[in-house]
Design a protein around this ligand. Structure first.
Ligand code: NHO
Length: 364
């Protein structure tokens, strides 16, 4: 079996978990896998002769300054003696906008980075048109399962529903591990959260690795909006961008432009009473408040925001950082096909990325 080469960009929470999962997979895989690049913002481990980097000791291997992107990175990968899979474990929009160039050169891409798929519809069209997924000869494949629901099989299920001729009518649920964790701990079913303020719950979610690098990307609803944009586009809706429909933000107006995530978290506590009121209003009506998203193919609508749920509902009963995603389709009707489980965190997200890498290996 011919060797496959892997290049990894981004080695933060998800990237590091991915590298250790890849090391384990490669040690038992019948297909030889050689990692030739591990690139971070400030430094890179580059195997100039394309021999494998030792994944057990990469962090102490000699490093250089990063290859420029896309120029040097593209040149290095396009000259590789075999098929290449590029793993983008960053949240960089600058990297995502160049995917088509790599795909056209036969380089496959797997990524949990939502930016490319939830930006303009034109970028989405360009990426898919350049990929082997759409039958483009000689092109690379692209998979991004972990962009929705981390390791949960959300996009692959949607694809299979559609390919087997089902009709998706609407998709609803809790799509954010951070928001799920926040409301499950800030507004638990029992009503008693041990006196924790909303800001304290946000800091906890960040420490647990659930949030985006800047938690405002979760709290402003944009992360959920990005996931719904991806699901809606895969279902056939031509959503213009992740900001082209109503999104309820939980970031106080005056903190939107605070420079760093740390400064934002320090000041968020000043707004704890606002969220306390939202929680108490829901409780007075006998329910709990949760942050949800929905898309409706029939009415062409997408929405993201807070909603009150009956305490007996599946959404109210979620635990930890769990996501729940309900597909209402022609076949499954109003009882829905439901996927539930941990929807954030480095290990489960890295699993989604490695699962995609294995899908590409099977096609190369
Ligand atoms: P980090 O820890 O900030 O790591 C990013 C790394 O990329 C850093 O080491 C940075 O130096 C490097 N980097 C950035 N720009 C670079 C560049 N131009 N060149 C080279 N290196 C560069 O972020 P994470 O947590 O590891 O996340 C990585 C990617 O996974 C992001 O795109 C993120 O959106 C995505 N992701 C993460 C999660 C998660 O749980 N952490 C999930 C999905 C996707 O399912 C998860 C989810 O949706 C989480 C969401 N916040 C939620 O539901 O609550």
């Amino acid at each position: 079996m011919s060797k496959v080469y892997v290049a990894i960009i981004g080695a933060g929470g998800v990237g590091k978990a991915f590298i250790s999962q890849l090391a384990q997979y490669a040690s038992t895989s019948r297909r030889p896998i050689s990692t030739i690049l591990i690139q971070r913002s400030s430094q890179a481990v580059v195997s100039k002769d394309y021999s494998p980097i030792d994944l057990a000791s990469w962090s102490s291997a000699p490093s250089t300054s990063p290859l420029s992107f896309p120029e040097e990175t593209h040149r290095f990968l396009a000259s590789c003696p075999g098929p290449v899979i590029l793993v983008d474990n960053t949240s960089s929009a600058a990297i995502a906008t160049h995917y088509a160039r790599f795909l056209t050169s036969g380089i496959s891409i797997v990524t949990p980075n939502k930016k490319a798929f939830s930006d303009s519809i034109e970028l989405w069209d360009t990426i898919y048109a350049a990929s082997a997924n759409n039958g483009h000869p000689g092109a690379g494949y692209i998979f991004h399962e972990a962009t929705v629901g981390a390791g949960l099989p959300v996009l692959s299920t949607l694809k299979e529903l559609l390919e087997t001729g089902d009709e998706v009518r609407r998709i609803e649920g809790v799509f954010s591990g951070t928001m799920s964790f926040l409301f499950n701990s800030f507004a638990p079913l029992s009503g008693d959260n041990g006196g924790k303020g909303f800001a304290e719950c946000v800091s906890e979610a960040r420490e647990l690795g659930y949030t985006e690098p800047d938690p405002r990307d979760d709290l402003n609803g944009l992360d959920v909006a990005r996931k719904l944009t991806i699901l809606a586009r895969m279902s056939g809706l031509r959503v213009k961008s992740a900001t082209s429909f109503p999104i309820q933000s939980l970031v106080p107006k005056s903190l939107e432009s605070v420079e760093t995530a740390e400064a934002f978290l320090e000041r968020l506590g000043q707004f704890d009473n606002d969220m306390k009121k939202v929680k108490e209003d829901a409780e007075r009506g006998g329910g709990v408040t949760r942050f949800v998203g929905a898309m409706n193919v029939e009415t062409n609508e997408v929405s993201v925001g807070l909603k009150t749920f009956d305490k007996g509902s599946a959404i109210a009963g979620l635990k930890g950082s769990d996501n729940i995603i309900s597909f209402y389709t022609k076949r499954y009707g109003e009882r829905a096909l439901i996927i539930q489980g941990a929807g954030a965190g480095a290990e489960v997200t890295a699993m989604g990325v490695l699962g995609d890498l294995i899908k590409v290996l099977q096609r190369l």
